[in-house]
Design a protein around this ligand. Structure first.
Ligand code: SME
Length: 168
């Protein structure tokens, strides 16, 4: 297994995702600790996209989301279900794209520089396990392309890592 990824930053985002997803699939391994795998996923995403200011997982335990592996500035450690973009995504089991965080009621500002955000739920069957959260310092950084490929990535993670419950 290789621990490096190769990215051509001059390509359109869709092409970067098409090259990145198989590399992440090769990088993660269900025989290794979940926390190690998720940490490498965040590092790969941060390396692939310059537009990302923060990327990380919040993992669900006892109806609260707890900060998991991430890349970026220090962040809030606990988010209640239904709160902020992360808690809303987890409660609705739907991806949320926020073009302007100031226009999302209840947005939780961990980094005051953050301007736009996308949150993807990690779902296995009907069970919500957590969310993947990406922030950007630019407005409208994330779109349908990000949604499509990040949902595929989250699907890959929940299938390949054979997670039944994300144990903290
Ligand atoms: N903005 C998120 C909180 C997490 S930070 O962005 C890292 C929210 O509103 O849920």
């Amino acid at each position: 297994m290789t621990e490096t990824i190769t990215i051509n930053h001059s390509q359109p985002d869709a092409e970067i995702y098409k090259s990145l997803l198989p590399q992440i699939e090769a990088l993660i391994n269900h025989e290794e600790p979940l926390i190690s795998n998720l940490a490498n996923v965040t590092a790969a995403l941060k390396e692939a996209f310059n537009k990302i200011s923060w990327v990380g997982f919040y993992l669900l335990n006892e109806k609260k989301l707890f900060l998991g592996p991430f890349q970026g500035k220090v962040a809030c450690t606990i988010i209640d279900m239904g709160n902020g973009v992360c808690g809303t995504s987890a409660a609705s089991k739907k991806t949320i794209v926020v073009d302007d965080v100031d226009k999302f009621p209840g947005h939780i500002a961990c980094d005051s520089g953050s301007r736009s955000e996308i949150v993807i739920p990690l779902i296995k069957g009907e069970t919500i396990l957590g969310v993947l959260d990406l922030d950007s310092y630019e407005l409208s950084s994330f779109n349908e392309t990000d949604k499509k490929y990040l949902e595929l990535l989250c699907d890959l993670i929940t299938k390949k890592l054979l997670i039944e419950k994300l144990v903290l």
